[in-house]
Design a protein around this ligand. Structure first.
Ligand code: SF4
Length: 382
């Protein structure tokens, strides 16, 4: 049973649109992070007004949302009154399904028992905690502002507020972390019986402090073989403990605990993203907002939408996305007639021969080894 109390199976169509709100504030910047956020909170009141205006501008343009995801940035760095303002504006302007999955990303340092209780009272039924590691040395290396002990308290706080759908983000691949230490983190995570786990390899994003360290040779990312060993060990470890490895980086306790919101991205369902840097997708068209709080606010104050760019996908781009996003998920993607004479069939035969996918009832489904090449698949297909 999921947070809505109903049975949901892997592969069920996800047709309702999803709603994402980007909260562009963090108390500190982590040196590896490529997401857009600012540290100063001086512009929060101005940003809140602009956000409310953006919400009004999209009234009646999407159907009935069945997911709401507050991400960032750090949504829990906002005061509860501000979060309440956001939720109230959303529920005034948009329609939501009765059993909407309402997720909020939380930073361990912010998630006290009181805050967790307030988030539940606002209607959030799913919390995703940015634990990253249960090892203090790794947390310091990652520049996180919380300790392992704080991460544990925040998870207990979430449970005490009766969050029945608890997710954790974890990162592997930092040079201070051995495979043994990583397994320790996984074991500690399971002591909290999370419904969902996201296990990301540390990637060095452009224009971050880690990027500069990498270019100067101070920071050495893992070799490919080592990264693969972490990936395979993680997948085996969690699957042996009953978790479903349903997407390259994501694991769910049951089919009902997969992230309904994130599945919209992989299944190319419509979604609306509001806030600076947020992306939206509707009927083959994708658009994205300015990654600047100032510019975002100026646009809305001047009566225009804060859209920085948009693209209408061609049929070929749509097919490429269909395959490369579908190949990231356990359920894979359906073969289409239009693929028949294309290069895609050659690539898929090659992947099948190498044991990277299987084909069943007209669907192509990646194997565990197939997940390892999912990021590179678009390059094979071009
Ligand atoms: S990782 Fe999270 S907390 Fe750290 S800077 Fe990025 S969005 Fe903020």
């Amino acid at each position: 049973l999921d947070s809505r109390g109903s049975e949901r199976k892997l592969g069920e169509p996800l047709e309702n649109p999803g709603l994402y709100v980007h909260v562009p504030f963090c108390k500190t910047k982590c040196p590896y992070c490529g997401f857009y956020s600012v540290v100063s909170t001086a512009s929060v009141p101005r940003w809140l007004n602009a956000l409310r205006e953006e919400i009004r501008r999209y009234e009646n343009q999407f159907g009935c949302f069945d997911t709401l995801y507050l991400g960032g940035g750090t949504p829990t760095s906002l005061r509860t009154e501000d979060l309440e303002t956001i939720v109230a504006s959303l529920f005034t302007s948009f329609r939501f399904a009765e059993e909407t999955e309402m997720t909020i990303e939380a930073n361990p340092g912010d998630l006290t028992r009181e805050k967790a209780r307030q988030l539940r009272a606002l209607g959030f039924n799913r919390v995703n905690v940015g634990v990253q590691s249960f090892d203090d040395e790794t947390l310091r290396f990652l520049g996180r502002r919380h300790s392992a002990r704080e991460a544990e308290s925040s998870l207990l706080a979430a449970r005490s507020a009766e969050f029945g759908n608890l997710g954790m983000d974890l990162i592997y691949g930092s040079e201070v972390q051995s495979l043994k230490k990583w397994i320790e983190t996984l074991k500690r995570s399971l002591e909290f019986f999370p419904e969902h786990l996201s296990c990301y390899e540390l990637t060095v994003e452009k224009n971050t402090p880690f990027w500069k360290m990498k270019t100067r040779g101070i920071l050495k990312p893992m070799e490919e073989e080592e990264a693969q060993a972490f990936f395979v060990t993680t997948s085996q470890f969690l699957e042996h403990r009953g978790y479903i490895h349903y997407e390259v980086s994501n694991f769910a306790k049951t089919g009902a605990h997969t992230s309904r919101h994130n599945q919209k991205y992989w299944s190319r369902a419509p979604y609306l993203g509001i806030g600076p840097s947020a992306h939206s997708f509707l009927s083959g068209k994708r658009w994205w907002n300015w990654s600047s709080v100032r510019r975002y606010c100026e646009c809305l104050e001047d009566g225009s939408l804060p859209v920085a760019g948009c693209e209408q996908l061609t049929e070929e781009q749509e097919a490429l996305e269909w395959i490369s996003l579908g190949f990231r998920t356990k359920e894979g993607f359906e073969l289409r007639e239009s693929f028949a004479d294309s290069k895609m069939m050659d690539v898929l035969s090659m992947l099948r021969e190498k044991g990277l996918c299987r084909v069943e009832n007209g669907r192509v489904m990646p194997t565990r080894s197939g997940f390892l090449v999912a990021d590179r698949l678009p390059f094979f297909l071009l």
